[in-house]
Design a protein around this ligand. Structure first.
Ligand SMILES: [Zn+2]
Length: 198
């Protein structure tokens, strides 16, 4: 009987936490692994892991291709003829990296140890001394996305995950807890910390 009550209390407590997450959460930008796309202008040479160094089109073809691309509503340059040397589209790499990002809802706690939260989970990773720790609480369905992310943008500040996300609780009551640290270098201007955009 005691066990049942404590279990129910625990579930109630976790449900309450989830409601708090829902109510107080903010949008966090999550960057996925960039997708590699073979350069549409020159192609990719897998033997040299480089651009083929030759445009796939004649000057007229490239112009027409670009016009077609723009007529479809695009504003980027995808096709541009070049005679030799570096392809102007992929800069000689042979592929383009497509940044992919998405948004999740998360409860954001900056500097959790200073505020008395989860001190056992926070630490400063080597080489990142001076950065600020941020803890995110979110829905467990974001586990794979967060685990494989390259960076996060929390309140407009760039962060990196310090270790794999941690699952707390069971089943639909579970909460995903993530610890990240800032990678932006703050520059000190008088007594204010200004984000470094350079
Ligand atoms: Zn190219």
């Amino acid at each position: 009987m005691r066990n049942r009550i404590s279990k129910r209390t625990k579930e109630k407590h976790q449900k309450a936490i989830r409601n708090v997450i829902k109510g107080l959460s903010r949008k966090v930008e999550v960057y996925k692994q960039p997708k590699k796309l073979i350069c549409p202008n020159c192609g990719y040479d897998k033997f040299t892991d480089n651009s083929t160094g030759k445009c796939k089109y004649t000057p007229v073809q490239a112009l027409l291709k670009q016009q077609e691309w723009e007529a479809a509503g695009n504003t980027t340059v995808k096709y541009k003829w070049f005679s030799r040397g570096r392809c102007p589209i992929c800069h000689g790499r042979g592929y383009l990296e497509i940044l992919r990002k998405t948004w999740i809802d998360a409860l954001v706690i900056w500097d959790p140890s200073a505020r008395g939260y989860g001190n056992s989970m926070t630490y400063t990773p080597a080489g990142s001394e001076g950065s600020t720790i941020v803890q995110l609480k979110t829905d467990p369905r974001h586990f794979d996305l967060l685990k494989n992310s390259t960076k996060l943008l929390v309140d407009g500040i760039e962060c990196k995950i310090s270790k794999p996300p941690l699952l707390r609780g069971l089943g639909i009551q579970a909460i995903l807890i993530l610890t990240a640290f800032t990678t932006d270098k703050p520059s000190i201007d008088s007594d204010e910390i200004i984000k470094d955009y350079t």
